[in-house]
Design a protein around this ligand. Structure first.
Ligand code: EPU
Length: 351
């Protein structure tokens, strides 16, 4: 495949010892990394590998992490930039875009929307970087990264070898991938290739998205443009989710549990108003709703709080320690278990 580079790469190796990670985790924890290295290319990463010893943690934007304390090993961060567009594709309507792992996710979404390329607009404003989109299978408003990922390029942190994973090899599921399971910590993702479309197939069925959009549609038009969808998603997110620059948080703290149909029906008898989504292996129940039912929305324990507009999000009310956040997390898990007999689990990585 030949690629046309459409914006610049940044190539700049940076290395620090006893490095403050406060600006690299959106919870705003004041923790240090014994060694911190930011690399700007695959070659720089490969050259670094023989120097790695002890524990290694590869971070992205730090928007899905809770540090329990200082990190005594090496923290790696990719600054591989660049957006490239494939020069030949089989289908006229498709555009294959290869994006550096260090590109800020929403910068890529903004780029795609501006070029009129559909596929990622529902994932507007998700914090984090392109590499993490492929690890975490980020998702929102009815779209997941796996729906648009074609392939993932990675470097083996043990041998330095490059490997290309086709989408089908990534074992994608809800907030899950091979990079979080058997290959956890083994590979650093360097590039992700996405399939976008010149004729966007809009997905507007999630929640109140269509209703919000209909209000914004210019008179006489019934089909929203990509820019309007992006704006509606940004407005919905801004109304519900706290800005980490103002109040430390890592987005949804918990995953939404999937329960069997029988279990769902038995809970529904007591809570007929419970929201739910049918999924392949059962029924998904929004953890945020259960946490709200337990009375935790807008409440706090020490300096750790539950966001008042979305109970799935735990917030640092100012100077919270990770112990305080974890205590709140554990308390909520126990109460949800007691009330609904359902186990909920953190989505955020505890390090
Ligand atoms: N709900 C409540 N109370 C709450 C929160 C939610 O009753 O405090 C109810 C809502 O009324 C709605 C349902 O739960 O009926 C679902 O709520 P919402 O649409 O806000 O989505 P969510 O399931 O809570 C998930 C993702 C979000 C993503 C939204 C939209 C996970 C773990 N979270 O949240 O992703 O933005 O859907 O697609 O799947 C993230 O991963 O960090 C994240 C923000």
């Amino acid at each position: 495949m030949r690629w046309a580079v459409v914006n610049e790469r940044i190539e700049d190796l940076k290395e620090f010892s006893n490095y403050n990670l406060q600006n690299h985790n959106t919870f705003g924890m004041k923790v240090k990394a014994k060694r911190y290295v930011e690399y700007g290319s695959e070659e720089e990463l490969q050259a670094l590998i023989p120097t790695l010893s002890g524990e290694v943690l590869h971070i992205g934007g730090g928007s899905n992490l809770l540090f329990k304390g200082d990190f005594e090993g090496t923290v790696l961060h990719s600054a591989i930039g660049g957006i490239e567009v494939a020069e030949e594709v089989a289908d006229e309507d498709e555009v294959l875009v290869r994006v550096g792992a260090g590109v800020v996710w929403d910068d890529f979404v903004a780029w795609a929307v501006e070029k009129g390329l559909g596929g990622v607009e529902n994932l507007s404003l998700i914090p984090g970087e392109v590499g993490a989109s492929a690890v975490q299978n980020i998702g929102a408003y009815g779209v997941e990264a796996k729906d648009v990922i074609v392939m993932v390029e990675a470097v083996d942190l043990a041998s330095g070898e490059k490997r290309v994973f086709a989408n089908s090899e990534c074992q994608y599921a809800y907030r899950q991938s091979i990079f979080k399971k058997e290959l956890k910590g083994r590979y650093a993702i360097t590039y992700v290739t996405y399939r976008l479309h010149k004729t966007p197939q809009l997905k507007l069925e999630y929640g109140n998205l269509r209703a919000v959009l209909e209000q914004d549609l210019p008179h006489g038009e019934n089909r929203p443009a990509l820019g309007l969808v992006r704006q509606a998603i940004i407005d919905i997110r801004n109304a519900k989710l706290p800005d980490p620059k103002v109040q430390g948080n890592a987005g949804s703290f918990f995953m939404n549990p999937v329960v069997s149909r029988e279990k769902f029906l038995s809970i529904q008898k007591d809570y007929p108003q419970m929201p739910f989504y049918e999924v392949a292996n059962g029924v998904k129940i929004p953890a945020g709703w259960m946490i709200e039912q337990c009375g935790w929305k807008g409440k706090s324990l020490g300096r750790a709080g539950v966001h008042d507009k979305q109970a799935l999000v735990l917030v640092n009310l100012g100077g919270a320690t990770s112990e305080e956040i974890i205590r709140l997390c554990d308390t909520i898990c126990q109460e949800v278990k007691k009330k609904f007999d359902i186990d909920i689990h953190p989505e955020v990585n505890l390090v």
